[in-house]
Design a protein around this ligand. Structure first.
Ligand SMILES: [Zn+2]
Length: 253
């Protein structure tokens, strides 16, 4: 579907005039960089067993968990060959220009930060970090993944000595990080404009954020290839590729 320049201009005006704009990104922003979707028909969980990545499996068998996790890393990050795309860059540019108050993401790949976004709220955690189960110290994931790849299983903490390290993502069976969720809700409750990018809005509690903003009469802008449960309510429902529509929005603001 073609999105008219007039509609883009109108949405950009809403962004430009708002006191607070909050964006939320979902899988569609990552898949445009070649990262596989986790859910859906061709999703990662159709070929990988989600139970292998459950918190109970991590607790019972951290060695086996990490062996599987190293393999998953190569699938998620296409053997290290992924980079931010035009959608990531447009969101980073909007923030740099003072037009984005916060960016909530359901993605765990860290590509928003790679593109230059600074205030990123990662409600599903980040695969770019690991966390110690004992002292809660966080580390860059890359060297830890390398240690695991070389057979250091499970990798343990160099800070406290013996805590087992866990990917700092929300595993199946784990709660979402409370602080990130509270911050997201606070931002959504204060937003004049809520921009959803590449999310089908089918996963809770992420979907509740734009819903809350919409209930308060915030301007709702959706940029997603498919229809979403909020499409009828949306002020702008752009059924378009995020790498095409977000740069157009940025350029028009
Ligand atoms: Zn530790």
């Amino acid at each position: 579907m073609n999105v008219s320049d007039g509609a883009v201009e109108a949405a950009a005006t809403a962004i430009g005039e708002a006191d607070s704009v909050v964006a939320m990104s979902g899988a569609g922003v990552s898949t445009a960089s070649g990262i596989p979707d986790f859910r859906g028909e061709d999703g990662l969980w159709e070929t990988k067993d989600p139970m292998d990545f459950h918190i109970d499996r991590f607790r019972a068998d951290p060695e086996g968990f990490w062996a599987d996790r190293v393999e998953l890393q190569d699938v998620i990050f296409a053997d290290g060959d992924v980079a931010p795309n035009a959608a990531h860059e447009a969101l980073a540019d909007l923030e740099a220009a003072g037009h984005l108050d916060a960016l909530v993401t359901q993605n765990i790949d860290g590509l928003h930060q790679d593109a230059g976004s600074e205030d990123v709220i990662e409600i599903h955690g980040s695969a770019a970090r690991v966390v110690c189960r004992e002292c809660r110290h966080r580390f860059d994931a890359d060297p830890v993944i390398e240690r695991a790849r070389e057979g250091d299983l499970p990798p343990t903490c160099e800070e406290c000595g013996d805590g087992v390290l866990k990917p700092d993502t929300v595993l199946f069976g784990e709660q979402l990080p409370e602080h990130a969720l509270m911050k997201s809700h606070a931002k959504a409750q204060n937003a004049d404009v809520f921009l959803v990018a590449g999310s089908s809005l089918t996963v809770e509690p992420a979907a509740s954020l734009p819903r809350e903003a919409a209930q308060r009469d915030a301007t709702l802008i959706l940029a997603n290839l498919e229809s979403t449960p909020l499409s009828e309510r949306a002020d702008f429902d752009f059924r378009a590729d995020v790498t095409e529509i977000l740069p157009r929005l940025r350029d028009a603001v």
